[in-house]
Write a protein that binds this ligand. Sequence first.
Ligand code: SF4
Length: 316
Amino acid sequence: MVPVHTAGAFRSPFLAEAPDADGTALVRRDGAPVGRIRFPGQPRFYALQTMDGIPYSKIAVLHGADVLATTVLQTCIRYQSRTRTCRFCAIGQSLAAGRTIARKTPEQLAEVARAAVLLDGVRHMVMTTGTPATSDRGAAILCDSAAAVKAAVDLPIQGQCEPPDDDAWFTRMRDAGIDALGMHLEAVTPEVRARIMPGKAGVPLERYYAAFRAAVPVFGRGQVSTYILAGLGDSRAAILDMAERLIAMGVYPFVVPFVPVTGTPLEDHPPPDATFMRDLLAPIGAMLKAAGMRSSDSKAGCGKCGACSSLASFEA
Ligand code: SF4
C-alpha cells in the first residue's frame, strides 16, 4: 500500500515511471534506478453494478492483491463531532465524496463478493464498520453481512469492530461465518489514545484486554488481531510492551506505519521514518516467530494481507 494522494507523497524521494510495454515500471530513488514494479490492474468486478444501479466499487473495493474490503456502515457515532472523532479517520470523507454508500446491505455484499471471487480471484475479505449507537458496537451488522456472503461464496472473512458489550457476540460472529476478528487499539498509551481518538479512548484498555481474552478461545490463537498505528506518539518501548502482552494472549499485533490522509485533522502529521519502523518491527517479528504466530496462518484480514505494514517480512 503506497500512498500517492498525500502531501508526503509529493516529497517522496521515490518516483515510479510510466509502465513499459511489458507492464513493469522503473522506480527511481533521488533519480537513481532501484528496481522495477508492476501496478495492480483494475479489478474486473469494478465494471459491474447492482440491478438498482450502484457500482460494485461503491460496495466493496480491492485491497492488497487479493483482499476484498468493505465498510459495512460508513457512518460512526464517533465521527459526529470533530472533537470526538478519531483524528486519523476519513470514514465520512469517502461518503461525502460519493465514492461509497452509507449502508451496504447483506444482499449487496454477497453479490459483490461472489463476483470478486469469480472474476478477480479474491481469497479473503475484510469487513469493517463504523460504530453504530448500539451496545453491540456493530457486531450484529457484521453477523448479518457475513452470513449472506458465506451463503453466496466460500470466502474467509475478517470482521472488525470495537469490543461489543457482551462477549457472547464473539460466538455469534463465528457462527455467522466470521473466521477472524480485528478489534483495533490504534494507539497504546492513555495520553496518546486521549489525544488521537478522544471518543474511542472512552473504551478502557482493560475492556480491550478482556475482549481479547474472550475472543481468542472462540476464533483461535492468531486469528484475533489489532491494528496499532506507529508514529502517532507512542514510544517504541510502549508499542513493544503492548505487542508482547498481546502475543502472550494469542492476539496478533498488526503494527502499521501511520499514513496521514488528506482532509483529516492529522493530514500534516508526519509518518514515522524507516528507522523507527525497522527498530519496532524487527523485535516484534522475532516475538511472533518465537510464539509460532505467523501472519500467513491467519485465515483472513489485515495481518494476512500485509499491504499496510512490512511486519510479515520480519517474521521469517
Ligand atoms: S492490510 Fe488491511 S487495511 Fe491494509 S490493504 Fe490490507 S486489508 Fe486493507
